[in-house]
Each structure stands twice: as structure tokens, then as C-alpha cells.
Design a protein around this ligand. Structure first.
Ligand SMILES: Cc1cc2nc3c(=O)[nH]c(=O)nc-3n(C[C@H](O)[C@H](O)[C@H](O)COP(=O)(O)OP(=O)(O)OC[C@H]3O[C@@H](n4cnc5c(N)ncnc54)[C@H](O)[C@@H]3O)c2cc1C
Length: 421
């Protein structure tokens, strides 16, 4: 997938590279650099939106968390390139006619500069609120909805893009560029907006029952029509929108904690903040929209007969479904901070007995299974012969991954779902 994205970047800038030998003088160099930065920024915008369009083949093939990481990484570059584009182009005009005349010339030359400037300001604004330090200060939902200004930014800048030297004269390059943007727009409209509505009308999900598993963890059972058509695989998650006062405008990700079946879906949720606490108080009968299924932590990743599952806290949810359904010889390590966080234990024990699988329950405090290469090798002697599925909070998944790498497990056999975005 990354090869496709980089090839696209090369193709988008081919014309630019072809003109390189003829460039001379500072003004021409600046104009060329501005053109390259502009093309890459425009291409970056299309790719960034495409990565977040929730295209099933991407979400399942690459994994939603990895897509989000690529999106964040690409976002930083795209914002930077957009700013550089503006600086280089202004520089080129200033070299030609002086700063003031050059700037005025830029504004009046009919290249949709006003729209492009609005787009740039919005893009930079979204970039700023997405920096870790600022994002931490605001609620996830506010940050999420501010992010929607990216659509406005891209829409505002699009007409400006078509005025560049590569596209202004029409031709194949312009047609391909427009096709790229139309394809991304259709993908967004279809998978982010129309599919959830269509699914909501077809499946008519409702809360059937809420069960407390511990003082801070609930399991929510949902019923609905044609649930088998959802195609949810063990290990996957949905974004759940509960149609209750104060909750309908946010869709939070929760994994299925039991294999999907025609009668019900189940999620198991730790109450950590506003959404999850409100969710635990909802009444049976509440209507629910589910976007998904998403995620690549599925049986398709397995390449070995032996599988180790490592769950941290409520990260046990998707692993519980995989523990029941993955073929092969299974070992489960379930790590929790406190005794009361240990949930679904009865189910796990029944599955382990039925499958002749091994389960290790461990409290952080006792450190009975330290997340080190040696600790994991002591627990699972033929560790390097395993596929390993990991799910939990960021710190735990990172520690587990590096311990496994140190123990000699190849990266391609470590499959991670991280509950932090
Ligand atoms: C792929 C995935 C699967 C998950 N599965 C489960 C699960 O099965 N059980 C479970 O208990 N938790 C799960 N989580 C974590 C869960 O989504 C968050 O704990 C929950 O959204 C917190 O919302 P809140 O309002 O209660 O808490 P807040 O205090 O508002 O949020 C706590 C943190 O959760 C994250 N978060 C909040 N809202 C969202 C959102 N809409 N989308 C993404 N991240 C958000 C933010 O990083 C935030 O800092 C999963 C997360 C991901 C990414």
C-alpha cells in the first residue's frame, strides 16, 4: 500500500521533474520548488482523505490504527508542504517584481488565491489542534469535529490547484487529477456517510441488556435484524453511535467481545470518561448505529499453528472472540492492573478447557509475567514459532511488541490493536 502511495506521488510530480534540467536563476528555482511542494501537498490532501474514508479493503488489509498513524504522519507533511508552497511561490514573485508588487500580482492574477489562503489557514489550524500538546487539552469529540474543517480546506483549495502549470492547460494530467479527487469524494460519501445510514436502517440495532462485569466494566448486548449480513469477524470493532440525549453526535470505537451471531452482538466497555460512563447507564431499547466492521486483528493475519494472545485490561475484548474462534494451538496471557479488572474469566476458562488451551492471568503488581523477552520466553518456550496477537492500551502494546522483538519473534508475526488513537 505504501508503495502505491509513493508511486502516486512520483506520478503526480513527473512533469515537474521533467522540467528540472531547464531551471536557472533564483526566481525559477523558487517557482519550481513551489510547484513541487504544491503538487505534493495537493496529492497529500487526496491521500489523507482517502486513508480516512473507511474503505473496507484498507481498513481490513492495513488496519485502522496503522491507517490513522499514516494519516497523522502524512498530515504533518501535507501542512508543511502547503506552507512551503506559499513561501516559495511568494519568493519567486518577489524575485521577479519585488515583495509588494509580487504579492499584489499573485493576488490579482486570478488563481483563486483567496480560496487557497482560506484553505491553507484552515489546514494549518487543524494541524495545530492536532499536535499532541494541544489535542490533550480538548475533548476527543471537539478535536474530531474540528478535523472536519479539513474537508472545507481541501474544497476551498481545489480550484487553486487546477490553475497550476501542470493542470491549467487541460490534458491528461488534469483529467487524472480531477479523477483522483472525485474518486476520494465518492469513497468518503459512500463509506463514511451513506453506508452507516443504510446499515442503520437495515439492522435497526437496539440495546438488549447491560450487564456489569466489574465495578468499572460493562458488557452491552445488542439485538437487531440481519446481523449475519454485517460480516463482522472475531477481533474487529465498530464505531458505536448511541441515539440517546447527549450521545448521538459521537461514535466511539469498541470491539466485539463475543463472536457476532444472528441473535446478538456484544461489546465490553471500561468506563473511563463521559461516553463510556453514559453508555453504562443507557436503557434497554436505546437505538444504536454501528459503523463497521473495522480492524485487521483477525484470523486472516495468522500464519502459524501456534498462537499467543496478549491482552491488557479491557483489551481482552477482541482477544476473547479470537480465543474462541482462531484455529490452532492457543495460549492467552491476560494482564490486568487490579483484580476487579479481570472480566469474562468464566467464559475464558470454559473456552480454554474445551480447546485444551492455556490461560495465564496476571496482575501488574505481582509481575508474574513481566513484559520482557526473557519473561515471555519463560512462559512460552517456543515463542518464536508463534503468531502473536496483542491488544490493550498504548504503553502495554508497545512494551509487549518490543519484548517480543527482543525475544526473536519477527515483526510480521506480531499483530497489534491499540486502544489509544
Ligand atoms: C480500535 C479500538 C477499539 C476499542 N475497543 C474498546 C473496547 O472493546 N472496550 C473498551 O472499553 N474500550 C475500547 N476502546 C477504547 C475506547 O474507544 C475509549 O476508551 C472510549 O472511546 C473513551 O471514551 P470516553 O468518552 O468514555 O472517555 P474520554 O475520557 O473522553 O476518552 C478517553 C480517551 O479515549 C479516546 N477516545 C475517546 N473518544 C474516542 C473516539 N470516538 N474514537 C477514538 N478514540 C476515542 C481518546 O484518546 C481519549 O483521550 C477501543 C479503542 C479503539 C481505538
Amino acid at each position: 500500500m505504501l508503495a502505491v502511495i509513493w508511486s502516486g506521488a512520483l506520478a503526480a510530480t513527473l512533469g515537474c521533474w521533467a522540467d528540472l534540467p531547464e531551471i536557472s536563476g533564483l526566481g525559477e528555482w523558487l517557482a519550481w520548488a513551489g510547484r513541487l511542494a504544491g503538487l505534493l501537498a495537493g496529492y497529500g490532501c487526496a491521500v489523507l482523505l482517502g486513508l480516512m474514508a473507511r474503505v473496507p479493503v484498507l481498513d481490513r488489509g492495513v488496519g485502522t490504527d496503522r491507517l490513522a498513524r499514516w494519516h497523522a504522519f502524512g498530515g504533518r507533511w501535507t501542512v508543511g508542504l502547503s506552507v512551503l508552497h506559499m513561501i516559495f511561490v511568494m519568493g519567486a514573485h518577489s524575485v521577479k517584481s519585488g515583495l509588494a508588487a509580487g504579492t499584489i500580482g499573485l493576488i490579482v492574477d486570478g488563481r483563486h488565491i483567496a480560496e487557497a489562503t482560506i484553505g491553507l489557514v484552515l489546514l494549518v489550524g487543524v494541524g495545530v489542534v492536532s499536535t499532541r500538546a494541544i489535542r490533550r487539552l480538548m475533548k476527543y469529540e471537539i478535536w474530531h469535529y474540528l478535523h472536519f474543517f479539513t474537508y472545507v480546506a481541501v474544497f476551498a483549495g481545489f480550484s487553486h490547484q487546477l490553475t497550476g502549470p501542470d493542470f491549467a492547460g487541460g490534458g491528461v494530467a488534469r483529467a487524472l487529477w480531477v479523477t483522483l479527487y472525485i474518486t476520494v469524494a465518492i469513497a468518503l460519501l459512500w463509506w463514511r456517510f451513506l453506508t452507516p445510514v443504510r446499515r442503520a436502517l437495515r439492522h435497526r440495532l437496539r440495546i438488549e441488556e447491560i450487564q456489569w462485569e466489574s465495578p468499572s466494566i460493562v458488557s452491552v448486548y445488542l439485538s437487531g435484524s440481519y446481523l449475519e449480513e454485517l460480516g463482522a469477524e472475531p477481533g474487529q470493532f465498530f464505531r458505536w453511535r448511541f441515539l440517546a440525549p447527549g450521545m448521538w453526535w459521537t461514535a466511539n470505537p469498541y470491539s466485539l467481545s463475543a463472536p457476532a451471531n444472528p441473535k446478538f452482538l456484544r461489546i465490553t466497555v471500561r468506563t473511563v470518561g463521559d461516553h463510556s460512563r453514559a453508555l453504562a447507564r443507557l436503557r434497554p431499547g436505546t437505538r444504536v448505529c454501528a459503523e463497521g466492521p473495522y480492524g485487521a486483528l483477525t484470523a486472516a493475519r495468522r500464519s502459524r499453528r501456534r498462537v499467543l494472545l496478549i491482552g491488557g485490561g479491557v483489551g481482552i475484548s477482541p482477544l476473547r472472540t479470537l480465543f474462541e474462534t482462531l484455529p490452532g494451538q492457543l495460549t492467552l496471557v491476560y494482564m490486568v492492573r487490579r483484580d476487579e479488572d479481570l472480566v469474562l474469566r468464566d467464559e475464558l476458562d470454559v473456552i480454554a478447557a474445551r480447546r485444551n488451551a492455556t490461560v495465564h492471568y496476571t496482575l501488574d503488581e505481582t509481575r508474574s509475567v513481566p513484559l520482557t523477552g526473557r519473561g515471555l520466553r519463560a512462559l512460552v518456550p517456543d515463542l518464536t514459532e508463534h503468531d502473536v496477537y496483542i491488544c490493550g492500551p498504548g504503553g502495554m502494546t508497545r512494551a509487549a511488541r518490543s519484548a517480543l522483538r527482543r525475544a526473536g519473534v519477527p515483526a510480521r508475526r506480531i499483530h497489534v490493536e491499540c486502544f489509544d488513537f
